[in-house]
Design a protein around this ligand. Structure first.
Ligand SMILES: *Cc1c(COP(=O)(O)O)cnc(C)c1O
Length: 403
């Protein structure tokens, strides 16, 4: 049995794990072509550090505007920073926020707007900038899924005022968990550094835990071992009708806030030279596969606009309705082919976020959650298997049309 991962993570090598120390933020800053980066223990931690800093600079503001369909950790990070998430519905059949709604939602309470580069696709940061700067708010880009993506040659994360990347499992380059924070101007950079010093502490126990997890990931991240590490828990959760657990969206309220050991940084620094070629390979594969998916009537697949060069961890697409999407997933989700869902719900529909996000009408976000699925862009997904996925999708979309 072989099992493909749901996203194209850069595989680590055993030699990456040899003893050593590095300052990863400096390596990554050079790699991204940015002046400065701040390393944090997760994307979520990066967001907590950034929002606390922003609030210290604009203390009368307490709301953070996020897309209603995004990673639940985003809502938990906002809550942890002592702020309130304000949800913006998506544009129809799109992952990005509805620009007209965004303009209505923002006001003098808005601390930050968080345009989100879902699936490595570059979101419309300009729309957020216009609204944010009209109201004196910041733009904090959520580039957790978009390390390496650019617009007009500039890295995402610096299109607005600030941004963060995730180095979690499944998001390209990984330290098992990690995050990178960047800001355009020195005032915010200094505030982020001060916020880090206040919020983040060394934790030897977490260093050991993450070190062991990183070794486990390095060993298990291959199609022959992923049935154990990923497939079995996935199928168990689906059999128990728990899709939230199946995609690993079942987060607790605890957000670890600690430093990243010099050894884990060294592991990332050793893998980093392989990241550009890996992103180029996955881009070439994605461009070709997006074109194939476009031939299937009823499927919407998300791509780069002119000037954008996104990252391609997986392909994000929608079917015409939930029944068709579910019919496609019925065979594909458990087949070990790297077909999955991204976020199961719009944020208010996660039970554990009930006290954190307000339940408002969010028709487009709920429709997107119900109609979307993802196909891994791992190089381990071969052409023939991709073609069988396409045929299953065509049947699912076509059957619905006939009915
Ligand atoms: C994963 C993710 C995060 C959180 O990053 P972690 O490194 O897992 O804490 C935030 N936003 C989005 C869109 C994500 O996919």
């Amino acid at each position: 049995m072989r099992e493909l991962p749901p996203t194209a993570g850069l595989p680590l090598r055993l030699t990456d794990l040899r003893p050593g120390r590095a300052a990863l933020a400096a390596h990554m800053a050079r790699w991204l072509g940015v002046e400065q980066l701040q390393l944090e223990c997760s994307g979520t931690a990066a967001m907590v550090v950034a929002l606390r800093a922003m609030q210290r600079l604009r203390p009368q503001r307490d709301e953070v505007v996020v897309p209603a369909w995004t990673c639940p950790l985003v809502a938990l990070a906002i809550h942890r920073a002592g702020l309130k998430p304000r949800l913006c519905d998506l544009a129809p059949n799109h992952f990005d926020m509805d620009a007209a709604l965004l303009a209505q939602i923002c006001n003098e309470r808005t601390l930050a707007i968080v345009p989100t580069h879902i699936a490595g696709r570059v979101a419309d940061v300009q729309a957020s900038l216009e609204v944010a700067h009209r109201h004196g708010a910041y733009v904090l880009e959520d580039a957790a899924q978009a390390l390496g993506a650019t617009q007009d040659g500039r890295s995402v994360g610096l299109l607005g005022d600030a941004g963060f990347f995730s180095l979690a499992v499944g998001k390209g380059l990984t330290l098992f968990e990690g995050g990178l924070l960047l800001a355009r101007d020195t005032c915010l950079r200094d505030a982020f550094a001060a916020s880090h010093d206040d919020t983040i502490h060394a934790d030897a126990g977490m260093d050991w835990k993450r070190a062991l997890e990183l070794v486990g990931y390095t060993l298990a991240y291959r199609p022959s071992l992923l049935p154990l590490a990923y497939g079995r828990p996935l199928r168990k959760a689906l059999a128990a009708h728990d899709p939230v657990a199946a995609v690993g969206d079942d987060f607790g309220p605890d957000i670890p806030l600690h430093t990243v050991s010099a050894w884990r940084q060294a592991v990332g620094a050793r893998a980093l030279p392989r990241l550009r070629p890996f992103l180029d390979t996955t881009r070439a594969q994605a461009v070709h596969r997006v074109a194939r998916l476009r031939q299937i009537p009823g499927i919407t697949v998300f791509d780069d606009a002119p000037g954008q060069r996104g990252a391609w961890p997986f392909l994000l697409l929608t079917l015409p309705d939930e029944a068709m999407r579910d019919s496609a997933l019925e065979t594909l989700w458990t087949a070990g082919l790297g077909v999955s869902r991204l976020f199961i719900h719009a944020l208010p529909d996660y039970g554990y976020l009930r006290d954190i996000v307000a339940d408002t009408p969010l028709p487009n976000a709920r429709a997107f959650a119900a109609r979307s699925l993802t196909i891994t862009n791992s190089p381990w997904l071969d052409e023939a298997t991709f073609e069988t996925i396409c045929q299953t999708l065509a049947r699912a979309a076509g059957a619905g049309h006939a009915a």
